[in-house]
Design a protein around this ligand. Structure first.
Ligand SMILES: [Zn+2]
Length: 391
């Protein structure tokens, strides 16, 4: 049950768009479900993965982190620029594998991203070494593209494998992002904000990151407990967005002291009572209020942040949260740890690459899945001396 809900986190977006209009026609439903399943399978296998061992240098000093960050940002920007050249609406639909594309949202997303990447370039403090590639000055998005365009010709042979890998990775990653943007706001997600009170992590300081875990807690002694042990071992904090139903089950089985001890020292937020897209769930208000009262009553903690299942929310939900002095917390770095097509090492590599590109933010994981407890120690060890501020 728990596994199914988390796996549906992204899948539902694919299936939702196909099933929305097919409510009254059973034949069409069967046909579209088939299309939907095919689309899900394709989407699942199409997630961006990278083997970071092709990057030949370390990233565990601030300067080396910045050098790697510069190179990743160049490749990302180039791939984004390539994708944004697709202007024909049918080609865009085909590229994003969706039936209806909101081009305004894609424009708004790309406008924001270009600003962020440009800002990130200004943060770089690279102490040149003899193997560092020198760039021409960057003051605009076009300057970034000029440098990205010339990059391939400047690459030493030991960076060719990285470059090819990285290009493939960001090509797919840009596809993931633009797909979400193209669906927004008919399907909301972390890709754009609906309201200024929402946080995604992009307003953090440079090199500030927050770990977040959804869908728990698991049964006593399960993955949530094991993960928390590892976080303590590495002296890292995190926010857990608990699902009211799971929280209540564990409370009934193991008592509230067990839950108090489990989450002691960690931040806690609400993921609602059940894992349903709240804009389409009649009892959404009860789901939020009930989970808040469970957390408050059972472990004496006040909820400040709500993370909507699948990232889906609407203005009513946002206004209701405001009335309770709460806000939506989304994410900007999706680990894809629920996805069976990616293993723990690949999750670690994906996270590191995205941390190098975004340089700040909220990382999304699921404590009901086991990958993060193997992936995160890899990330922490590689970035140990790189002055990352884990919030
Ligand atoms: Zn979830």
């Amino acid at each position: 049950m728990k596994k199914t809900t988390a796996k549906n986190e992204r899948r539902s977006i694919s299936s939702f768009i196909f099933t929305k209009r097919s409510k009254y026609k059973s034949l069409l439903l069967i046909l579209l479900s088939c299309v939907s399943i095919c689309s899900m399978a394709q989407y699942k296998s199409n997630i961006a993965k990278i083997d970071r061992s092709t990057w030949p240098y370390k990233i565990d000093s601030a300067s080396e982190f910045d050098y790697a960050s510069q190179m990743e940002m160049l490749v990302f920007s180039w791939e984004l620029n390539k994708a944004l050249k697709i202007k024909n609406i049918d080609s865009l639909k085909q590229y994003l594998r969706i039936k209806s594309v909101n081009q305004n949202s894609i424009y708004e997303y790309s406008r924001q991203i270009k600003g962020m990447i440009l800002q990130n370039f200004k943060q770089l403090d690279i102490h040149p070494k003899n193997y560092h590639i020198k760039l021409s000055e960057i003051n605009s998005w076009n300057d970034i593209l000029t440098n990205a365009n010339n990059l391939e010709t400047k690459l030493p042979t030991n960076l060719l494998a990285w470059y090819n890998n990285s290009s493939r990775f960001y090509s797919k990653y840009v596809g993931e992002q633009l797909r979400l943007a193209g669906l927004f706001p008919s399907i909301t997600s972390e890709i754009l904000k609906l309201d200024n009170t929402e946080s995604t992590g992009v307003k953090f300081q440079d090199k500030e990151f927050l770990l977040s875990f959804d869908d728990g807690p698991t049964a006593k002694g399960g993955n949530t407990d094991k993960l928390i042990e590892i976080l303590k071992q590495y002296n890292k904090n995190a926010i857990f967005f608990v699902l009211g139903k799971n929280f209540e089950t564990r409370s009934k089985l193991n008592g509230n002291e067990n839950l108090k001890n489990l989450y002691r020292g960690f931040k806690i937020g609400s993921h609602g009572n059940i894992h349903k897209a709240h804009p389409r769930y009649q009892a959404w208000k009860h789901s939020i209020a009930y989970t808040d009262s469970l957390i408050n009553r059972n472990i004496n903690r006040t909820v400040k942040y709500f993370r909507p299942p699948y990232g889906q929310r609407n203005s009513k939900i946002i206004e209701y949260l405001k009335s309770k002095n709460q806000s939506v917390m989304l994410w900007n770095i999706d680990s894809q740890d629920w996805n069976s097509k990616i293993n723990s090492k690949e999750v670690a590599d994906r996270i590191i690459s995205l941390m190098l590109v975004w340089r700040k933010g909220i990382l999304l994981f699921h404590d009901i899945h086991s990958k993060s407890k193997y992936a995160l120690p890899i990330v922490w060890k590689q970035l140990e001396q790189s002055s990352i501020n884990w919030k």
